[in-house]
Design a protein around this ligand. Sequence first.
Ligand code: 13P
Length: 287
Amino acid sequence: MLVSAKEMLTKAKAGHYAVGQFNINNLEWTKAILLTAQEMNSPVILGVSEGAGKYMCGYKTIVGMVNGMLENLKITVPVALHLDHGSYEGALACIEAGFSSVMFDGSHYPIEENIAKTTELVNLTTEKGISLEAEVGAIGGEEDGVVGAGECADPEECKQIADLGVTMLAAGIGNIHGKYPANWAGLSFETLAAVQEKTGAMPLVLHGGTGIPADQIKKAIDLGVSKINVNTECQLAFADATRKYIEAGKDLEGKGFDPRKLLAPGVEAIKATVREKIELFGSANKA
Ligand code: 13P
């Protein structure tokens, strides 16, 4: 059964580790992530962007697929199904469809509007026992065609949003989605420490997990990050393994063209990436 992300993140914050949010794109992705989390006895969050939601034929299809897998694969670790960077309407649609967690990304609105919309969703999600992530300070980079520069959130605004009663808070600390440019300045630990001081026990979320060096990840967890989002890194690992399979001509050998064979190396590559992240984030055996 899907669970809200509240309990797993409260435990992570108290235990000084982070739970990974791995974004899903299709059945193979979902299966690979669930099996790895189960194998490592780790809680896990499946992230779905609005674009990926459309691609997978809508939120109800996804809820059906994930619930079916939890039963069929005998998954017993805590799993949250979470809307990533949702619009207000997207959050409502996911709540209706059976997601156990949603993000409302109001970071591009003036703070007053972000507060007003987040407040409405706090009321709705609290009533339904669904976790809610809010965002202050836009995360840079490109995601689903939306491009932003890596901002640093205002700690006072973070406190205002945290005090509304959201479950977890994403604050921009110079992080961006996708690959980091060679001249990236790194995470702003000064901002993170200031946000942490203002928001206390609130689990903080680090977006753009792909390509952040391990020492910066560890320091971010020390400073209060309890949820880390990873998307691009699984995509790169999948594409690389699939390219190698094709370039080696394996699809031309026997029944190597069968999608169950063709996609298998990519699936193994996703599993290896997720395994590595769960180890780095410290959530193994915390289910
Ligand atoms: P990356 O694609 O950079 O790993 O970011 C994922 C993310 O933050 C999803 O919200």
